[in-house]
Ligand binder design. Structure first.
Ligand code: SF4
Length: 677
């Protein structure tokens, strides 16, 4: 009789704050099935199409199972190698160029069983701190884009979805969508059943629009203008919560005259909404309390100076007295934590030797590669060419023979095929022990299967490199379970351990407040919500929330990108390696409005080419009334798509170290023209 086990695990995708629980049925070290965990308090048994496709990772013929070393240019020129040969090659090169010429970039792939807790993430940082090499924080291409604006205001904590479902009378899904916050949406529905008003603001009619009482379609990159005009209306109409403003904000008297310029007429031209729509929504938001704003994680901020959107949006709950109030404030957001959440830091930041270090800025990394300041690039669970903007420039830099590119992953991807010199095969989430955290719980992602082929977890790569390079104390734990215990050893978890979680259905509740900023002690130097930020001014930025003009408007169509149910960025070789996802979206589709299509003689399904000032990209046309005129949209993560975008920095270097997270913001936006192929 085969031995049957049920293993508590988590979906390997990182839709955070949505993370879904799974149960893996295993018989004789073979996966039998994966189902949603009905006892998981966050997901309650739910798995979306991506989660349901996750079983196709196991035993997949496309898995990388042995180290590979490139034998020549082109996607197919590889030879198999042993781990010793591959690690010797990398360590020799690292020794030759020295730590400061070695760069580490870890992506979502390294967080498949780690998101929110960050054991493996901190282990990577520990290696780079003890070795003294370059290490960049991937938040700079993700939630850090908006985090900077929120941080200036002092609104980094988020209230929970449970608080929203139970208490909010209005929920504003601002660039936030069902496909990336699936578990939040259940609580939006709960709020709606109680009578709460649901408003969706986005660049297209998203899946979440079906829930909405009102949908406001805005031009990509115009969210800042909408938020500023809303503030204008709220002030002009006397809808400001003066008691809250007096007690808990800084700079209101400077803000009021500054808002004069941001009229609804001014914002109408930028957003594509009418002045009446803007005025009506501003009044409805200010007059409905408590009202919670749920902001998108990164797509909302992937444009031109779009950190300013987060800055302006985060001032709205302050003017209306929604912060620190149950059902109000800012709701669940990718990468953000609840009040009280935290984990122990094992990354040894105090042992990092002095620099020079290349700043957390995409342009600076590209330049460091171009000038050969960095000559070894470790891409760990990351598809850099698919996640950086202006990737033609990056590809050229990484393709330089003087730069050794190492890709650690579970499948091939654009970066591995086009520029890697060495490929290291990684274990999948079921072949390691890990832990993930939502805003309310930490969950065990337990070991279920033996590693396939010659795959290894990333911490074995560090241990192998550390031995070769003579770096001490890189992995001071007897095993990975002990490393997880070290990170969980924090008051927020009640000092939980893996053993405790195993006894408790694979989870531990976090000691958090469901309401953000319950003590009105905000994340700013003044401890107040900073409508006027001296910190911003000291960095050479506007002290008050403001709106930069769009710099890239030579071409007529504003390009935006985001997520669908059939992909998670470029995971699993751009979703091509999982048949269920590849079949659902076999080719890139560009959404465009009927009027824009007709003006270009483009019919639904036509082969087209998008062209920006930086590159071009082929796709199929999806002509749809769900898209407003003047804007086009596509799901992100397609190989080659980011060649369209401009990677110029939009934040000065002085801003990059303002917060504990990385904030370097490149320009991810593009204006494009579209023509039949
Ligand atoms: S929403 Fe889907 S992809 Fe995201 S964590 Fe849940 S099951 Fe996984």
């Amino acid at each position: 009789m085969p031995e049957h086990r049920t293993v508590q695990t988590m979906c390997p995708m990182n839709c955070h704050p949505t993370l879904c629980g799974m149960k893996a049925e295993v018989a004789d070290d073979a996966l039998v099935s994966i189902t949603g965990d009905p006892d998981n308090p966050d997901s309650a048994g739910f798995l979306c199409m991506r989660g349901n496709a996750a079983h196709q990772i196991v035993g997949n013929p496309e898995r990388l199972l042995t180290p590979l070393i490139r034998t020549g240019p082109g996607a197919e020129n590889w030879r198999k190698a042993g781990w010793d040969e591959a690690l010797d090659l990398i360590a020799d090169r690292m020794r030759d160029v020295g730590p400061k010429a070695v760069g580490f970039w870890q992506g979502h792939g390294n967080a498949a069983n780690d998101y929110g807790v960050g054991v493996k993430r901190r282990q990577t940082e520990r290696f780079t701190n003890l070795y003294g090499c370059q290490h960049w924080d991937p938040a700079m291409i993700c939630w850090g884009l908006g985090g900077f604006g929120l941080g200036l205001t002092g609104a980094l904590e988020t209230s929970t979805k449970e608080d929203m479902g139970a208490q909010s009378d209005m929920v504003v899904l601002w660039g936030a969508n069902t496909v990336s916050q699936a578990n939040t949406i259940k609580h939006v529905e709960k709020a709606k059943r109680r009578g709460a008003r649901i408003v969706v603001i986005d660049v297209r009619r998203t899946e979440a629009s079906a829930l909405a009482d009102k949908v406001l379609l805005v031009k990509p990159g115009s969210d800042t203008a909408l938020a500023l005009a809303m503030m204008h209306v709220i002030v002009q109409d006397g809808l400001v919560d003066q008691a809250f403003v007096a007690a808990h904000t800084l700079g209101y008297d400077d803000l009021v005259p500054h808002l004069d310029q941001y009229t609804p007429d001014w914002a109408a031209q930028r957003t594509g909404l009418s002045p009446d729509q803007i005025t009506a929504f501003a009044r409805a938001y200010a007059q409905t309390r408590p009202a919670m704003i749920v902001m998108g994680g990164s797509s909302l901020h992937k444009g031109d100076n779009t950190w300013q959107a987060a800055r302006a949006i985060s001032c709205l709950p302050a003017l209306t007295g929604n912060y620190g109030r149950t059902g109000g404030g800012i709701g669940p957001r990718h990468g953000a934590r609840s009040h009280g959440a935290g984990f122990a830091d094992i990354s040894a930041p105090d042992r990092r030797p002095p620099g020079p270090y290349v700043p957390n800025q995409i342009e600076a990394i590209a330049e460091a590669l171009e000038t050969r300041q960095v000559q070894v690039m470790m891409a760990l669970g990351s598809n850099m060419l698919s996640s950086f903007p202006d990737t033609n420039r990056l590809r050229e830099a990484l393709a330089d023979d003087a730069v050794l590119v190492v890709s650690y992953d579970i499948f091939m991807n654009q970066t591995a095929r086009e520029v890697a010199d060495v490929i290291l095969p990684g274990t999948i989430w079921l072949e390691e022990i890990g832990a993930k955290a939502t805003n309310t719980h930490v969950y065990l992602s337990d070991l279920a299967l033996a590693p396939a082929g010659e795959t290894k977890p990333l911490y074995d790569v560090y241990r192998g490199l550390a031995t070769r390079l003579g770096i001490a104390d890189v992995y001071p734990w007897p095993n990975q379970e002990a490393a997880i215990d070290a990170v969980l050893d924090h008051p927020a978890t009640g000092h939980a351990t893996v053993a405790d979680m195993r006894k408790n259905g694979g989870r531990a509740a976090l000691n958090i407040s469901h309401v953000a900023y319950p003590t009105f002690d905000f994340d700013t130097p003044s401890g107040k919500v900073e409508l006027l930020s001296a910190r911003a001014e000291s960095m050479g930025l506007d002290a008050l929330p403001s709106c930069a003009s769009d710099t890239d408007t030579a071409l007529p169509l504003a390009f935006a990108h985001g997520r669908t149910f059939a992909h998670f960025h470029s995971f699993y070789d751009h979703a091509r390696a999982l048949p269920a996802l590849a079949a659902r979206e076999p080719a890139p589709q560009l959404w465009l409005a009927p009027a824009d299509a007709a003006a270009r003689q483009i019919a639904d399904g036509d082969a087209i080419v998008l062209t920006s000032q930086h590159g071009s990209f082929p796709a199929l046309a999806k002509v749809t009334r769900r898209m407003p005129q003047g804007a086009v949209w596509m799901h992100d993560g397609w190989a080659g798509l980011n060649a369209l975008m401009d990677g110029a920095s939009v934040l000065p270097e002085a801003a990059l170290t303002a917060f504990a997270f990385s904030v370097g913001q490149p320009h991810f936006g593009a204006h494009v023209e579209v023509a039949r192929a």
